[in-house]
Design a protein around this ligand. Structure first.
Ligand SMILES: [Mg+2]
Length: 102
């Protein structure tokens, strides 16, 4: 079956990571999780320092790439999970009934 939606991007990311020597072996899962944080931190730092929004966006895309790589390493159906979570979130109340933050 051909991949669809997010799974298309996940396959692209996996192909690039494989080609560039970035393993998706199970022993790297903890490292891959940590590296997602680093990209979000880089985006935070770019924004804090007033760098162009394009630079912030590039770091956020780095985070997405790392997330897709991890989802692939875990053998998950990213598109199915995305659709499920969006449906769940649409059913939640306004601001998810949070009092602070959100
Ligand atoms: Mg980066």
């Amino acid at each position: 079956m051909e991949p669809e939606g997010l799974n298309v991007k996940m396959a692209e990311v996996r192909a690039m990571c494989d080609a560039k020597g970035f393993s998706a072996d199970p022993e790297r899962i903890w490292e891959m999780l940590a590296l997602i944080h680093t990209e979000v931190s880089e985006a935070t730092d770019c924004y804090k320092k007033g760098q162009p929004l394009k630079a912030v966006g590039e770091e956020l895309i780095d985070a997405i790439i790392r997330i897709l790589h991890l989802l692939s390493a875990l053998g998950l159906d990213a598109e199915a999970i995305y659709r499920h979570k969006m449906a769940v979130n649409w059913e939640r109340p306004y601001k998810y009934n949070t009092v602070r933050g959100g």
